[in-house]
Ligand binder design. Structure first.
Ligand SMILES: *Cc1c(COP(=O)(O)O)cnc(C)c1O
Length: 394
């Protein structure tokens, strides 16, 4: 059996998989077994924030796992405590946090915090969470129900938990709130929904309205967090103070980790929540090193320079291809190009792969870019050059 047959025989069929076998990675460049190289504008969907084969991450993990990889959360875990302090400091919010293993699990934690708040802080029980259409919050039964895409709420997995409703626009939220609404959950830049940032003033207005009404604001920063938009959190960029924030993708630079942080630091007591693997030595060591590296990159100006360079090249690319693209969208290193139709979008992704550049899709008509935050100017140039060639072959 070759690799493709083995995969198809033993792995469940949940992804439309491309059967390339990557065997080596260096920053934003991947190599397959035939030594073809690919510029990686995806970083594993915004995960490998510090680039492939990052020496500092590898050394930190290696040193840790030669000693202790895992102990139970029944004991104190030094890198977990240090990571919590680091994230709290970088966020600039007065928060405490819980560590999970994924974005969906972090969002489950956020919903549990909101539900307990709604149960214990008011005379009447509050439990309803409002989210937005085109949002994405995860694939567990609860987070898929929180996701505002009805196509994902198929009867194959019903019944779903109660208490979720969706609004098309931020402005619709004001009238959807009722006596049982406990929280509003949203992404500041919708990722899977099409790399769609919301206007800062609208978010700030909503945030202060919710504060006044004692309704929690949950910001899902699973994709936007860990400097993806240029600040540690997109919430920092929007200058708001959410009650709950979740992170995951880029935090561990490849090692699975989810974070739910809240200003309601005493909401949980032992027994309320848990996770066997969450926050273990392996994941928190990787995340602590990743956050340290990215903090340095931000402070010495490299990150802002990379963002500016990527943005400039993307805009140039857009301007010379307005026959294919209709708009440039996104923030920081979370970017997109709107494509005229869905068919052209799929063709671009296939042709781009053939030319040696990896790109993603978001929503129906957005070509999405989520490069490692450490991507070099040479890699950016080469990536757009190859993407240009891909368009020529359309
Ligand atoms: C990817 C993503 C999730 C789900 O994260 P998983 O780690 O796949 O569970 C949730 N919310 C947003 C905004 C995401 O981008």
């Amino acid at each position: 059996m070759n690799l493709e047959q083995t995969d198809k025989t033993y792995v469940l069929n949940t992804y439309a998989r491309n059967y390339v076998n990557f065997t080596k990675g260096v920053n934003a460049t991947l190599f397959d077994e035939k030594n073809n190289n690919y510029i990686d504008f995806t970083s594993g969907i915004g995960v490998v924030s510090c680039g492939h084969g990052n020496k500092r991450i590898a050394d930190a993990i290696s040193k840790q796992v030669q000693n202790i990889t895992h102990i139970s959360n029944l004991y104190c875990i030094e890198p977990q405590a240090k990571l919590a302090k680091k994230i709290s400091e970088l966020s600039d919010y007065d928060v405490a946090m819980f560590f999970a293993n994924s974005g969906a699990e972090a969002n489950e934690g956020a919903i549990k915090i909101a539900r307990k708040y709604g149960e214990t802080k008011f005379n009447n029980k509050k439990y309803k969470v409002i989210t937005l259409e085109h949002s994405f919050h995860g694939r567990t039964i609860t987070t898929v129900k929180a996701t505002g895409q009805s196509a994902m709420h198929t009867d194959n997995f019903s019944p779903y938990p109660d208490g979720f409703s969706y609004n098309a626009q931020l402005n619709d939220i004001y009238n959807s709130i009722d006596k049982q609404t406990v929280a509003v959950m949203l992404e500041l830049v919708q990722g899977e929904g099409g790399v769609q940032p919301f206007p800062k003033e609208d978010i700030q207005k909503l945030a202060s309205f919710l504060k006044e009404k004692e309704i929690l604001l949950i910001i899902d920063e699973v994709q936007t967090g860990a400097y993806r938009t240029g600040e540690f959190l997109a919430s920092n960029l929007y200058d708001i103070k959410p009650d709950i924030i979740t992170m995951a993708k880029g935090v561990g630079s490849g090692v699975p980790i989810g974070v739910v942080m809240t200003t309601h630091k005493d909401i949980f007591e032992p027994g309320d929540h848990g996770s066997t693997f969450g926050g273990n030595y392996l994941s928190t060591t990787s995340a602590l090193e990743a956050c340290t590296i990215l903090d340095e990159l931000k402070n010495d100006g490299t990150l802002d320079e990379t963002i500016l360079y990527f943005e400039t090249q993307l805009k140039k690319f857009y301007e010379s291809n307005t026959n294919v693209f209709t708009d440039v969208v996104g923030l920081g290193l979370m970017r997109g190009l709107r494509v005229k139709d869905a068919q052209t979008l799929s063709a671009i992704i296939t042709k781009a792969f053939e030319q040696g550049v990896l790109v993603l899709k978001a929503g129906k008509n957005t070509l999405r870019f989520l490069p490692p935050l450490t991507i070099s100017k040479e890699e950016i140039d080469e990536g757009f050059k190859r993407l240009g060639k891909a368009l020529e072959t359309l």
